[in-house]
Design a protein. Structure first.
Length: 289
């Protein structure tokens, strides 16, 4: 288990609850309450300067000025997987630069390497060869612990299947990334503010099963946003949503991109989604075309 985790959280994660949802929830709430205690001495956590409801912003427009600092640089990256004694080349000599504050869409057919590229930028895997530099960090050289810290502090992840904890409320799910920070304080209130910012204040005490698909994806976006990441990575975030809800989710991501200057990298099969980005990268057979 990650040695950088707070001891109380280590004990919770190491406990076998045997499907005892109430016991798990009670322990998590006790942990949150301890961090929210003003006498807590674990250090200070800077709360997001998010203001209130993001969706009150005018309909965001794509950024046109991309002459900005480069935050992601992928250089001659190859990724090879060993499959049943055979080599499968998922990425072939991929090079890419992404500007700070850019909203980038990556499109292409299944098996084109989109998700693999996203995983490498997110520090979920390492390239076979080549270099990936994010915010001046050479990811290839980071240890497992350093990569864990990188993912927690730099990247916000949004997935197609939401991955919400079924026994936790909306606010508790959003608070999860802050539990892995030794210096986090007042995290429940911080999570509540971010829940409000994505328009779910009236659902903050609901469980995932009480939410629609669009609402669950908003929770996932809030969870990605709560740690103030420099980059949000979204892998097919609208694939399980109807057209109207998908459009609202992308508008929300564009608003986050505009309001907080957060870099957003999204993989999608939906041309309508891709067309809302600043720039579109097309991939095929592990290459950018």
């Amino acid at each position: 288990m990650n040695d950088s985790l707070p001891q109380q959280l280590k004990e919770i994660l190491a406990t076998s609850y045997n499907n005892d949802a109430e016991k798990f929830k009670t322990d998590i709430q006790a942990y949150l309450s301890g961090l929210d205690n003003p006498n807590n001495t674990n250090g200070q956590y800077e709360q997001p300067k998010s203001g209130d409801v993001i969706l009150n912003s005018p309909t965001p427009k794509p950024n046109s000025d991309l002459n900005r600092e480069i935050i992601v640089e992928v250089s001659h990256v190859n990724k090879i997987y060993r499959m049943g004694g055979n080599d499968l080349k998922a990425l072939n000599d991929v090079s890419l630069k992404i500007a700070k504050g850019e909203f980038l869409a990556i499109v292409g057919p299944s098996g084109s390497g989109k998700t693999t590229l996203l995983q490498l930028i997110g520090g979920l895997d390492k390239p076979t060869s080549g270099e990936i530099i994010v915010n001046k960090l050479l990811l290839n050289k980071l240890s497992s612990l350093e990569l864990s810290n990188y993912r927690n502090l730099t990247i916000g992840f949004i997935f197609q299947l939401f991955y919400l904890q079924p026994y936790l409320t909306v606010t508790e799910n959003v608070a999860i990334p802050l539990m892995f920070r030794n210096d986090a304080t007042d995290i429940y209130n911080t999570a509540q503010k971010v829940v409000k910012s994505v328009g779910l204040e009236d659902r903050s005490d609901h469980l995932p099963k009480q939410l629609s698909g669009g609402q669950m994806q908003r929770v996932a976006i809030a969870r990605a946003l709560v740690g103030q990441p420099l980059i949000i990575i979204a892998d097919e975030p609208t694939a399980n949503l109807d057209k109207h809800t998908a459009t609202e989710i992308i508008k929300l991501l564009r608003a986050i991109n505009n309001d907080f200057k957060t870099t957003v990298i999204i993989v999608t099969h939906d041309n309508n989604v891709a067309n809302m980005a600043d720039r579109i990268i097309n991939m095929s057979n592990g290459e950018i075309i």
